[in-house]
Ligand binder design. Structure first.
Ligand code: EPU
Length: 435
């Protein structure tokens, strides 16, 4: 993975420093969706040839995926927003712990490797900060398609003479599980039907790309997806959909400062759950075919949310929305239904003056305009760090967010985009460590 194109992250110890109080205004563009780009890159394991992916964000998780593909014998080059992938057969279909531990989505190589080579050895991802995040549903589904799977020394070891189609009913609508099965089923013998499939836009994007590769897929975006296996697939070019979570985060950045921000290059329908809640809070929102704008607002009301699979309120915007609710007029109840430990931003927001009582799955936010004060806070995961940056924009005084590498996993230079909208924000490189 060539050095000039690598993700432009400086150091794990960088901080972001924000002087709160600036009202944001202007236009900003959303980049490509991380969570769409990752499964698309794993689709290149299914067929040799040259792929060209446009609108690929320059992020740590994309780097980790490129590293894993390289380990599997696939070359990846970046030129701006375009990734060119030269896929070739791999001799050892194995994903080692050192790469998988950096990025859980690495498990998405299991389905394609197994479908193509009849064997795969993939490190178990382990837990992560937001919850235990098991992969039992991926494994059970692949077993129903004829795979024999064991866990050996921390690795998922899978074998299959040839995968066959099956009728699968997911107990939870799992995004990664749906993607892994879709990838595997493209080359399986016969028809696979996934019931209670995830309906996220990223699933549709993956299906669109796989269809260009020659796969036969119906129903992506609905809860029943049908895949008829084919003998062979071919490479293709594909434009990654815009990142709906980045779009939502930027919109909230405008809202929390009472500003006027238009987010371009997005698909407004993908963030309906957020914009509808914001309208109920009293924000004025305008939309066009590929943009969403929040208009200036003096104050807003609280409104409850409960996270849910798409098209419900996304768990990946829960932390950012909570930052907005800390400054609302009134109390809101925020329920997290997807992950069991996704409230780690709460204690950091409380350190900034917010009044939040966390329970197991529920946080009660007693909103009060002007309540936030700058503080030194620590990012604990990707979306939590975005929430702290948003809170910092609206707080009085200076906020320093450390462990900003979490932010770099999923946002391409968020601070630069916010600065162009008028935020007083800068990334500070880490101090050299004393010997
Ligand atoms: N689950 C199981 N067993 C499984 C798989 C999932 O019990 O085998 C459970 C999970 O523990 C969770 C629920 O099912 O409670 C949903 O998990 P899902 O599989 O849908 O999540 P994921 O595929 O691991 C993706 C995104 C996440 C996003 C979730 C939910 C990618 C790479 N990641 O994760 O994105 O929060 O879907 O929408 O697509 C992020 O970008 O910050 C992020 C965490």
């Amino acid at each position: 993975y060539p050095a000039p194109g690598r993700c432009t992250i400086m150091s794990d110890l960088d901080t972001v420093v924000i002087k709160g109080g600036a009202t944001l205004s202007g236009q900003v563009a959303t980049g490509g969706a991380k969570n769409a780009a990752l499964p698309l890159l794993f689709a290149t394991l299914l067929a040799d040839g040259r792929y060209r992916f446009r609108n690929v964000p320059d992020l740590r998780d994309i780097d980790s995926t490129a590293l894993l593909l390289e380990h599997l014998g696939i070359a990846v080059e970046r030129d701006g927003e375009t990734l060119t992938v030269h896929a070739a057969e791999c001799e050892h279909p194995e994903a080692p712990y050192d790469i998988v531990r950096k990025m859980r989505a690495s498990i998405l190589c299991l389905g394609p490797l197994l479908a193509r080579y009849g064997r795969a050895r993939v490190s178990l991802p382990g837990g992560c900060a937001i919850g235990s995040r098991p992969i039992n549903l991926h494994i059970e589904a692949l077993e129903q398609m004829g795979a024999e799977i064991d866990i050996e020394n921390g690795y998922v070891v899978a074998r299959a003479g040839h995968l066959h189609g099956a009728r699968l009913v997911f107990e939870n609508a799992t995004v990664g599980g749906t993607e892994n099965v879709m990838l595997a089923a493209t080359l399986a013998r016969g028809t696979t039907v996934i019931e209670n499939a995830a309906k996220e836009p990223e699933i549709i994007d993956l299906a669109d790309c796989l269809v260009k590769m020659g796969a036969r897929i119906d129903g992506a975006g609905s809860s029943v997806i049908t895949i008829e296996g084919v003998d062979q697939l071919r490479s293709c070019d594909h434009h990654v959909i815009p990142d709906r979570i980045e779009a939502g985060t930027l919109l909230i950045a405008g809202a929390i400062t009472g500003g006027d921000v238009r987010v371009n290059h997005c698909i407004p329908g993908h963030i309906d759950a957020l914009t509808q809640r914001m309208v109920e809070c009293g924000f004025r929102i305008d939309t066009g075919s590929d943009w969403v704008r929040v208009l200036p607002c003096d104050g807003w009301r609280s409104h409850d949310i409960s996270t849910a699979p798409y098209p419900g309120f996304p768990t990946d915007l829960q932390a950012q929305y909570m930052a907005l609710m800390t400054l609302a007029d009134g109390t809101s109840v925020i329920t997290e239904r997807i992950f069991e430990n996704r409230f780690m931003h709460v204690q950091e927001l409380v350190r900034m003056g917010a009044n939040i009582t966390p329970k197991t799955q529920v946080a009660i936010v007693r909103g009060q305009p002007g309540v936030l004060n700058g503080a030194q806070v620590m990012a604990t995961d990707l979306r939590a760090s975005a929430s702290l940056v948003l809170a910092g924009l609206a707080a009085r005084g200076e906020t320093t967010v450390s462990r900003i590498y979490h932010l770099d996993r999923g946002y391409e230079r968020l601070e630069a985009k916010l600065e162009r909208l008028g935020a007083h924000i800068e990334r500070r490189p880490s101090e050299p460590q004393a010997a």
